[in-house]
Design a protein around this ligand. Structure first.
Ligand code: MSP
Length: 555
């Protein structure tokens, strides 16, 4: 093998290994990213879902004492935004600033805990894009050629013939549309800068061997795509057609393709082109399935071509639909998150989206489903448990009772062991689900434990025990301790999903801040005869109903 080829091969292997090592060995924090959002229209529920899934991963990592950063932002260049601004007669930069601010405000309202918000119109981003482009040129991956084919402006995507199908517009005229998104495509033929994507197919296949895409069905889809030849990709548009974008550094008559520009945002937030991008190797991108091809083929290919490690993980989610059709601004079937927050509260909406949505399959949004789920799980089950163990009738002293190991009656032994066994397993189970990108299953597991605690409380009936003999009273105190301790655990685990409601519970239980993480926090210590610092402590102030039941006529 010639030395140059050997060197390229070695460098490639090192890059893949760096990605495989992931954040286990990383020096810096893990970088989690949301897609950056097009500013051609206001945020809708689907956008909020993408950001929320990333937020819950970020908050859960922090809860476990892991070091992560979360970036989000807005995708502001390209023909689609250029057209949206001109339709409303606005200057593109004013238009972008206004809509970007709407996204930022929506994410603040939804308590998305981003640590960086990037806009592709920022100077730091333009610098990163220009540096990256030059690197691709230096490495020999860019050449000038003629692109001929279909272009979908709505998706800002170049499509091959078999990615398009014939359809009809509203007036019955024949048109061609993208087979995936249903958006109209147009024939395009122009001299562009091309990227040698075809050369990177073997390396992409190697990268896929590290199984970086979750859930698994999406990994299979990408493998299938790669079974076919990969044509080179057009990475510029003539400036007279697309003027709203970053010019090609060596040729200002061309604008850099908006997807190349947008994907580089992940490097911008990592500090590129500074060589100390400590958080780059362990990057995890969260994205909807409609933009899988861009993240699972183009992005790793661009990175590898520029001599950088491909992403460590891609976490892919499915879509929210309305009557079975993908929610999308262009189809005018979007659900407004602001309206939902008014009806269900921020945490109500967060809980519903995370608990009912599933990364693996599309979910239909109906107000009936939201109400049913929130009434059952937040108002009745969780709110009921809080009410039970803190009500003055049951806990007149308003404090954490003492647990006496020898007061467990033989008849209650097996039920108690079953409950403790399940509840003590819960933090590990929740962490496992979160690591597998299954927040919905994590919340399901918590809900089912909440129900077990309610059933235990009901069957042991501490309100009756308090009227019995001394030994019954002692056992009644134990039941109360176990219920309060279970609730402390559930609220701790629920913080990433419903930070406000979890805080209400932890405040009511009088839990100090240092006991609100999972790292170094012990639960049920008194049942093992160990010291539990809560025993004898007073509860916090009363908080009223945790989550009032939603009425049917709100729809
Ligand atoms: N700008 C590109 C992403 C560039 S990332 C380098 C883009 N923007 S988008 O605003 O159209 O979509 C942003 C995210 O919202 C994507 O993850 C997309 O899947 C998600 N959603 C948009 N509609 C959705 C639903 N109806 N349901 C769930 N998520 C959906 O694509």
């Amino acid at each position: 093998m010639v030395p140059a080829t050997m060197w390229r091969l070695c460098r490639w292997r090192l890059l893949v290994r760096a990605a495989q090592r992931g954040y286990r060995e990383a020096r810096g924090p893990q970088l989690l990213t949301t897609p950056i959002f097009y500013v051609n229209a206001a945020p809708h529920l689907g956008h909020v879902y993408s950001a929320l899934l990333a937020d819950v991963q970020h908050r859960h990592a922090a809860l476990c004492g892991r070091n992560t950063r979360l970036s989000t932002g807005t995708d502001e260049h390209g023909i689609k935004v250029q057209q949206a601004a001109s339709t409303v007669g606005s200057d593109p930069s004013d238009f972008c600033a206004a809509v970007s601010q709407q996204f930022r405000m929506m994410f603040d309202t939804m308590a998305i805990s981003y640590t960086d918000f990037v806009r592709t119109t920022e100077h730091r981003h333009a610098q990163a894009v220009c540096h990256f482009w030059k690197k691709l040129e230096e490495e020999g991956y860019i050449y000038k050629g003629t692109y001929q084919g279909w272009y979908c402006t709505s998706d800002e995507a170049f499509l091959s013939e078999d990615q398009t199908v014939e359809s009809r517009d509203v007036d019955g005229n024949k048109i061609r549309v993208s087979a995936d998104s249903g958006h109209q495509v147009h024939w395009m033929s122009e001299e562009n800068y091309m990227f040698r994507l075809s050369q990177l197919r073997p390396k992409l296949l190697d990268w896929l061997q590290t199984e970086p895409i979750h859930p698994a069905p999406f990994l299979r889809i990408v493998r299938q795509w790669l079974e076919e030849e990969l044509p080179d990709l057009s990475v510029s548009r003539q400036r007279n057609r697309v003027s709203w974008g970053i010019p090609v550094p060596s040729d200002p008559s061309h604008t850099i393709y908006v997807w190349l520009d947008a994907l580089i945002n992940y490097l911008t937030v990592a500090g590129y082109p500074d060589q100390n991008m400590a958080s780059w190797g362990p990057s995890t991108h969260l994205l909807g399935k409609d933009i899988l091809r861009f993240h699972a083929i183009y992005w790793p290919a661009f990175l590898l071509a520029a001599g950088l490690p491909p992403p460590n993980k891609l976490l892919v989610h499915s879509h929210w639909t309305c009557n079975g059709v993908k929610m999308s601004k262009s189809l005018q079937n979007v659900v407004d998150p602001t309206e939902c927050i008014k009806q269900y509260t921020r945490d109500g909406l967060r809980y519903f989206l995370l608990r009912h949505g599933s990364p693996e399959r599309d979910c239909d949004f109906t107000h009936h489903t939201v109400r049913k789920l929130l009434n059952s799980e937040l108002a009745d089950a969780l709110g009921g448990l809080l009410n039970r163990c803190t009500a003055r009738t049951i806990n007149p002293g308003q404090c954490w009772p003492y647990y006496q190991i020898n007061s467990v009656p033989p008849a209650a032994h097996s039920e108690l062991q079953r409950l403790l066994g399940a509840v003590q397993e819960l933090p590990r189970l929740v962490d496992q689900y979160m690591t597998r990108f299954q927040a919905n299953k994590a919340l399901e597991a918590i809900d089912s434990s909440v129900r077990c605690s309610n059933a235990f409380f009901q069957s042991q009936a501490p309100w009756k025990l308090s009227k019995g003999e001394e030994k019954d009273k002692a056992w009644g105190q134990c039941v109360l301790y176990i219920t309060l301790e279970s609730l402390r655990l559930y609220a701790t685990l629920l913080q990433p999903a419903v930070p406000g409601l979890a805080k209400t519970i932890l405040d009511r239980l009088g839990v100090p801040d240092m006991y609100r993480t999972l790292k170094g926090n012990h639960f049920f210590a008194a049942t093992l005869g160990e010291n539990c610092s809560f025993q004898g402590q007073t509860l916090g102030t009363e908080c009223g109903l945790l989550y009032p039941r939603l009425e049917a006529d709100k729809e």
